[in-house]
Design a protein around this ligand. Sequence first.
Ligand SMILES: NC(=O)c1ccc[n+]([C@@H]2O[C@H](COP(=O)([O-])OP(=O)(O)OC[C@H]3O[C@@H](n4cnc5c(N)ncnc54)[C@H](OP(=O)(O)O)[C@@H]3O)[C@@H](O)[C@H]2O)c1
Length: 428
Amino acid sequence: MPAPLRIGLAGLGTVGIGVIEIIQNHAEMIAMRAGRPIIITAISARDPKRDRGIDLSGFAWEDDPVALARRDDVDILVEVMGGHEGAARAATEAALEAGKDVVTANKALLAHYGQALAEKAEAAGCTIRFEAAVAGGIPIIKSLTEGLAGNSIRRVMGVMNGTCNYILTRMEDAGLPYEMVFEEARALGYLEADPNLDVGGIDASHKLSLLSSIAFGTKVAFDGIEMEGIGAISVDDIQRAGDMGYRIKLLGVAQMTGRGLEQRMTPCLVPQDSPLGQLSGGTNMVVVEGDAVGQIVLRGAGAGRGPTASAVMGDVIDLARGIRTPVFGIPATKLAETVSAHSAAPSAWYLRIRLVDKPGALAKVATKLGDAGVSINRMRQYGHSDGDAPVLIVTHKATRDDILTAMAAARATNVVVGEPVALRIEDV
Ligand SMILES: NC(=O)c1ccc[n+]([C@@H]2O[C@H](COP(=O)([O-])OP(=O)(O)OC[C@H]3O[C@@H](n4cnc5c(N)ncnc54)[C@H](OP(=O)(O)O)[C@@H]3O)[C@@H](O)[C@H]2O)c1
């Protein structure tokens, strides 16, 4: 049997312990599949004394993940600490400088420094693999870089933050307001320490930026993503959308348009009977459309010990086999500069507007929409309350700019109460 691949494991939390468990439970099977044994030689975390529920005495300990990455008995670094600065970045750079491959679950690191790290890796003749960083256990990176490599990708879409999907599903099922379900999610430990990473769409946008780069051969452009969280969604919106045959999802969409790369992570209406519309709870889904293959749908656990460690191990086994694809599918120096196009593609929109309950109010708003080039497809008025008359409008296809112009003009009339809600209806 050839020499083992020796891992330095930085991070012994949810994912790190999952990696140790898989290697211990499946050592023989993995060795057969990889063509050589895969072993962990050294580990690092912050607290060497913490009981992690597993025997770690067989591994060398390093306090400093950078020293871990540089050890002579470490062939590859598995970085599962998290954070886009500090230890994760330093250890990754140290490994690459030493000519060692890196496997990471760290989407934040790659969303911010992916291009520089990829160039560093490839200049050193090594690579960075990051299947676990996008949609947990779903092998979407491998699908894009290998199975779908013969396709020109038209569009990538995904529900890639399980916590947001849990919150929206729970609001719908229990009829509970956002604030209450948010607190439930916090109590259940579903939210990051900074909840805005989840509910503000940042975490999912990190993932989308990585998928876009691979799908369209462009440099990672996290800053180019139009981002909107789920905090403004009401139970009312969810129910009204349901009445019209839609569900609301925090949906990431990336597509190349005539004006550049459109990337957005926003709450959208999707048809209830579509795969995305049927996704409930904390599950993730990624939809890819290629010119030859058509539409592919991948669904699975987006987080958790087993699923995330499964993705890490897929990458580790590839490296043990000697498979070294470029970080973002093509050489980093060949990735195109990203020209970001904000919401270039038109779509139908769901508008919820509260009007003062006076004759002529609706006509005034309809005129403002028309002036902005937004035409109405369907309209419904709901029960009046406290002098307000809520109106739901589904528009024909319009760009986001047209909708924003129309909403601003509607607000400037004296017939609109509060903030109107405008949500894109995604054609899935
Ligand atoms: N959890 C998931 O379901 C999931 C899913 C997809 C991707 N990811 C990504 O996977 C990575 C790890 O996530 P996790 O959930 O496993 O995190 P976690 O449970 O918080 O574990 C983080 C580990 O890293 C160690 N660590 C943190 N800072 C360190 C430092 N400066 N030096 C040395 N060790 C340090 C911690 O040490 P101590 O234990 O001593 O504090 C801990 O063992 C993150 O990038 C995350 O975004 C996680």
